[in-house]
Design a protein around this ligand. Structure first.
Ligand SMILES: Cc1cc2nc3c(=O)[nH]c(=O)nc-3n(C[C@H](O)[C@H](O)[C@H](O)COP(=O)(O)OP(=O)(O)OC[C@H]3O[C@@H](n4cnc5c(N)ncnc54)[C@H](O)[C@@H]3O)c2cc1C
Length: 575
């Protein structure tokens, strides 16, 4: 059996930052990072626009309190304000620390770190490396993993969390390269497994964002928090859905409908294109529904709107947002210097996730904590984003809470012994699970079921929701779940069996989607990204609370958890 003091699942910003912190605090600890991709191919590498922190390099009147207020208002007052305070207070320090590690941020003419505007932020506070910020940060963090001697298991698929008697004891992992199964025991397990964009058919997320960490947590009977809050980013490139960063609007781009109008003036007159994402995505969908969308050939009444940067001029486009220009050119044949970019909302981010306290320790209930189990980053819900995340607050969350949770883990494992784990049992059960997937016989292929499932989630739990549409979605999901047990795999081998990995990922997607639908049905109000046509108003009397959803194959149970409110009392949310 493999043994480590700490095993971290996920090599993105959150997992890597935590590993670096543990190694810094106690170089004697044996720390491992496991990832189903290479760590540098984690979705964090694709982050473009930047990371918020009140360095005050551009707007000197900015403050952490202003950043906290914007975050809480953006969250539609569902964020836990103690967690937001930590996020915004520690932000400047983590940015400087990253810089000292070697991250090359873009600069002002006087040499200080540059900062740009972002949706929902009242000041220019987003630090960036052109429009390749995630790339710049993740590469340095992974370099540092090597420097600190962290063991990296890349292309290992983690398929189970070992949880016994309320204590996490390790994981079971499967080597994608040769089919080997290993049981790992550890004094602490951390999940930093990222988001679940692949639950939907149009997403900015990578292929690996299948919510495995969420599904493994739910499968052992632990709750998931606020799963109804799915972020749609307003500007996915039409039709593929890849992201055109909010930095493009931060630099001054316009959103235009078929009448040539900057329609955001009707939805958020004071912030226009820089309103928060939930409001902007709804505005685009409403324009399209009202017949003011645009067809790919330019006619009115189509499924997209235009993102126009032509007035910025070639020089600004090529220096500040070169990657977005290149994406539009490569994937849609658009030269954004001369043509508007066709966009529509795309699934982008998971506000909900594995509930944790502000040290990243996972909650078993509103009152209880799980021994030895920690989470951070997009897979966790601490909750700093509440019902709607502001752009450039997620990279920040990964780094602030990655560091903080790493420190908490280093303290936690001190003077603890490795737990006892029945290696043979866990190995046998994993082998049986894989064999039963290989033995499965039936008429369906993975791609077919996955497509039907993603279409179902997109149609029945999208930007706008209602009881009837979601109930129909749940019915369809039941059928799809049965069909998923009649999939056959062509590849029965052990070497690079990507079909098998996809079959395991499909099982994760199915659990996560059901949790989203159930939680969304139970929240009979509109708040942040959760917009119900049958309950169009926010209802603080009945729903100013977090949802905890407990999964079992027989059904999902829901509980509530209070929201922590410290500085900012809920107000009407207008921009
Ligand atoms: C295109 C795009 C642009 C973005 N731009 C910004 C931005 O400018 N600013 C901002 O703040 N946020 C941005 N975001 C959001 C932000 O990038 C993510 O929320 C954040 O990077 C998530 O980091 P993470 O460490 O939690 O997870 P990820 O970076 O997604 O990493 C997840 C890790 O878990 C591993 N993993 C998952 N499942 C398993 C398994 N079963 N077994 C083993 N390993 C597993 C993966 O291999 C990977 O290493 C953007 C997101 C996207 C998609």
């Amino acid at each position: 059996m493999i043994e480590h003091d700490v095993v971290i699942v996920g090599g993105g910003l959150a997992g890597s930052r935590a590993a670096v912190e543990i190694a810094r605090m106690n170089p004697l600890l044996k720390v491992a990072v496991v990832a189903k991709t290479h760590p540098i191919r984690s979705h964090s590498v694709a982050a473009q626009g930047g990371m918020a922190a009140t360095l005050k390099n551009v707007d000197s009147e900015d403050s952490w309190e202003a950043h906290a207020f914007d975050t809480v208002k953006g969250s539609d007052y569902l964020a836990d304000q103690d967690a937001v305070e930590i996020l915004t207070r520690e932000a400047p320090d983590v940015v400087i620390d990253l810089e000292h590690m070697g991250v090359l941020f873009s600069r002002l003419p006087d040499g200080r770190i540059a900062q740009r505007a972002f949706g929902g932020h009242a000041y220019r506070r987003t630090c960036y490396a052109a429009d390749k910020t995630g790339h710049a940060i993740l590469h340095e963090l992974v370099n540092n993993l090597r420097r600190y001697g962290v063991t990296i298991y890349d292309e290992w698929y983690v398929m189970r969390l070992i949880l016994e008697d309320g204590q996490a004891k390790g994981i079971v992992m499967y080597h994608i390269r040769d089919g080997r199964i290993e049981v790992v025991r550890a004094k602490a397990v951390m999940f930093a497994t990222g988001g679940y964009g692949r639950v939907y058919n149009t997403t900015s997320n990578d292929y690996a964002s299948t919510g495995d960490g969420l599904a493994m947590t739910a499968a052992v009977g632990l709750p998931l928090e606020d799963m109804e809050f799915v972020q749609f980013h307003p500007t996915g490139l039409y039709p593929v859905g890849v992201l055109i960063s909010e930095a493009v609007r931060g630099e001054g781009a316009y959103l235009i409908n078929s009448e040539g109008e900057r329609f955001m003036q009707r939805y958020a007159p004071s912030r226009m294109e820089l309103a928060p994402r939930d409001i902007t995505s709804r505005a685009i969908v409403q324009e399209i529904r009202a017949g003011r969308g645009i067809h790919p050939d330019g006619r009115a009444g189509g499924p997209l709107v235009h993102l126009d940067v032509r007035h910025l001029g070639r020089e600004k486009i090529m220096s500040r947002i070169p990657f977005c220009w290149e994406e539009a050119h490569r994937l849609a044949g658009i030269d954004a210097v001369h043509q508007p970019i066709p966009v529509r909302p795309t699934v982008h981010y998971s506000m909900g996730g594995i509930p944790t306290n502000t040290d990243g320790q996972v909650r078993s209930s509103p009152e209880g904590l799980v021994e030895g189990f920690f989470a951070a980053g997009e897979t966790a819900c601490v909750s700093v984003h509440g019902a709607n995340r502001l752009g450039s607050n997620s990279l920040l969350e990964c780094v602030v809470y990655g560091r903080r949770v790493g420190a908490a883990i280093a303290r936690y494992v001190e003077n603890r012994k490795l737990p006892d784990v029945d290696e043979q049992r866990y190995r046998r059960e994993a082998e049986e699970r894989i064999q039963s997937l290989l033995d499965q016989a039936g008429p369906y292929r993975i791609a077919q079921i996955r497509q039907a499932y993603q279409d179902c989630m997109t149609e029945h739990c999208g930007v706008f929701r209602s009881e009837r549409v979601m109930q129909e979605g749940l019915e369809k999901l039941r059928t799809i779940r049965q069909q998923a047990q009649q999939i056959f795999l062509d590849d029965k081998g052990k070497l690079w069996n990507s079909e098998l990995t996809e079959a395991l990922e499909l099982q994760s997607l199915l659990i996560v989607g059901e949790m989203i639908l159930y939680s969304a049905l139970s929240r009979k109000e509109s708040r942040g990204a959760h917009s119900r046509e049958d309950y169009p108003d926010r209802d603080d009397v009945n729903f100013l609370k977090h949802t905890l959803a407990y999964y079992s194959p027989a059904g999902i149970e829901l509980r509530d958890m209070p929201v922590t409110i410290t500085q900012f009392q809920p107000q009407e949310r207008k921009y």
